[in-house]
Ligand binder design. Sequence first.
Ligand code: ADP
Length: 187
Amino acid sequence: MMRLILFIGPPGSGKGTQAQRLAQELGYRHLVMGDLLREEIRAKTPLGQKIQPLLEAGLLVPDELVIDLVAHHLQNGADYILDGFPRTVPQAEALDRLLNEKGASLQSVIFLDVPEEELIARLLKRSELEGRSDDNPETIQRRLAEYRQKTQPLLDFYEARGLLRRISGVGSIPQITERIKKAMEMC
Ligand code: ADP
């Protein structure tokens, strides 16, 4: 049976890094929503052209577009860590329907908690190092606002179902990986 782990966290929380480490350790596939969207933009597909201005402005892409993209990428018979999906309650509901159809189950939802001042400092530093077009001061504020307004409600959604694991995302990379594994009762 297909198993899924979700990573939720604000921009700059380190979920990409941690999701990748855990995926490698567990032998799960690591599906990164931001990368799928950036690949559409790079390849100049019709979807890519539609979403480019949204990503550059730090706004979320409409639910139906990301839902279709995930449905298209989830293959039966594999286990996945989803990184950056779902980010809204309607996305989470759509994921439930998708998993029902596939007879798949949610194993846990990892939430990486990092104070906002630390997030802003990390994103500004990343903008210097990597030059990602959405890592500039105005866009960072917009992404954090989108997170607070649309993604934060997901924490209650999964908490109510007993799936949420809250983990402090402050510390060294291996320390945080250990915390995640403990929270998932793998140690
Ligand atoms: P970060 O979480 O650090 O902001 P990501 O690479 O995960 O970076 O996402 C970059 C951008 O891609 C987001 O600001 C948003 O525009 C878009 N995006 C990613 N995942 C989703 C999603 N599930 N729903 C809507 N938009 C998304």
